[in-house]
Design a protein around this ligand. Structure first.
Ligand code: FE2
Length: 357
């Protein structure tokens, strides 16, 4: 089949503490905090941080729900590692850099003939940097991470499954991936087309205990793939239903994009997204991305109750786009338009005095 997908859109993780997460993603991984907002499901205020490259490109965005209220259980049936590309020859920089920050790491490894290094977030999540030439996306730079070694955006992700067969059919038949190879326990799939951020490696771990599925610190929650339009999102939902995946969700309004979710056979939650006009630039000036807490308009009247329950955080000063930034700011996008398809919005009531257990 032809694929409606264009590649990875974002990957969503549950770290623990909010400040701990910001410090790891910005200082250790060298990501730009491009958006501070909140989880749009449920009635407990939880931050939602978005981290990306210098241009906040789709396909570079790790999103995090700091979920210190409950621990998750890492295991199979989960996204097990988030993969970024770095320039050829950068692996040794990252080994030394992780050492400097006392981040546990794997040392330089190789799979499918490519060097990579895997490191552990303080909450237990795994991230990796993979050497790849020809990725022209703009790395965000920091005092320690220069453009010649910085992460460009996603290479893709590693998903842990106990058995590859049903997950493979899902990726090929429902999402239009093609299988491109096997290296030991890793089965590699790509979205057809060109450009970075199209790879998923199924890591077959038959003996690994299944991990938790809900929100929980130390676990990934889902992976999202980009489609071009709302109509393509509806078409993808129809593909799922035709194949018997009738648990595909309604189309949800996530303000920066529209989303539709389905639980894949290996256990991993898979989202497809369609961008809305303006995307991450619709409510913030390009140079100010990520510097203040933004709420979707339908939550704004409850700002006080929401903020009262959030951990105070400090955004790194170097998050502001300065004269030395890697990329010129993009123009502010056109005003958002009303969606052309029915989208759902969850509208919770937040109680600032509610005891969270
Ligand atoms: Fe998502």
């Amino acid at each position: 089949m032809t694929s409606l997908l264009q590649g990875v859109h974002h990957i969503t993780l549950c770290p623990g503490g909010a400040q701990q997460d910001i410090d790891f993603f910005t200082e250790v991984l060298g990501q730009r905090l491009i958006k501070q907002t909140v989880l749009m499901d449920g009635s407990i205020p939880i931050y939602h941080f978005y981290y990306g490259n210098a241009d906040a490109d789709v396909g570079s965005i790790a999103t995090c729900f700091p979920y210190s209220r409950k621990a998750g259980r890492a295991g199979s049936g989960q996204l097990s590692c988030t993969s970024y590309t770095v320039p050829n020859g950068a692996a040794t920089f990252w080994r030394d850099h992780f050492d400097r920050h006392h981040a546990e790491h794997s040392g330089v490894q190789e799979r499918f003939g490519t060097k990579y290094l895997r490191a552990r977030h303080p909450a237990g999540l795994l991230v990796e940097v993979i050497e790849e030439s020809g990725d022209g996306r703009n790395a965000w730079t920091t005092k320690e991470i220069t453009k010649d070694v910085g992460t460009r955006g996603f290479f893709g992700a590693v998903l842990s499954v106990r058995d590859a067969r049903e997950q493979e059919s899902f990726f090929v038949d429902a999402l239009g991936f093609r299988k491109v190879g096997v290296d030991g326990p890793y089965h590699r799939f790509e979205v057809p087309g060109t450009g970075p951020g199209r790879v998923v490696d199924l890591h077959v771990e038959p003996e690994r205990t299944p991990g938790s599925w809900g929100f929980g610190a130390g676990t990934a929650h889902h992976i999202a793939f980009n489609v071009e339009t709302d109509e393509a999102l509806m078409a993808q939902k129809a593909v799922y239903e035709e194949l018997g995946f009738t648990d595909a969700s309604e189309i949800k309004d996530r303000f920066y994009f529209h989303s539709m979710y389905v639980r894949s056979p290996g256990g991993i939650l898979v989202e497809c997204t369609a961008n809305v006009p303006g995307g991450f630039y619709q409510d913030e000036a390009p140079e100010a991305l990520g510097t203040t807490l933004l709420l979707p308009p339908w939550y704004e009247e409850q700002r006080q109750a929401i903020v009262a329950q959030l951990e105070p955080i400090t955004v790194p000063e170097e998050n502001r786009l300065g004269p030395g930034a890697a990329s010129a700011p993009r123009p502010v996008a056109a005003p958002a338009q009303e969606p052309k398809i029915p989208v759902s919005r969850y509208k919770a009531t937040f109680d600032k005095d509610k005891q969270i257990t």
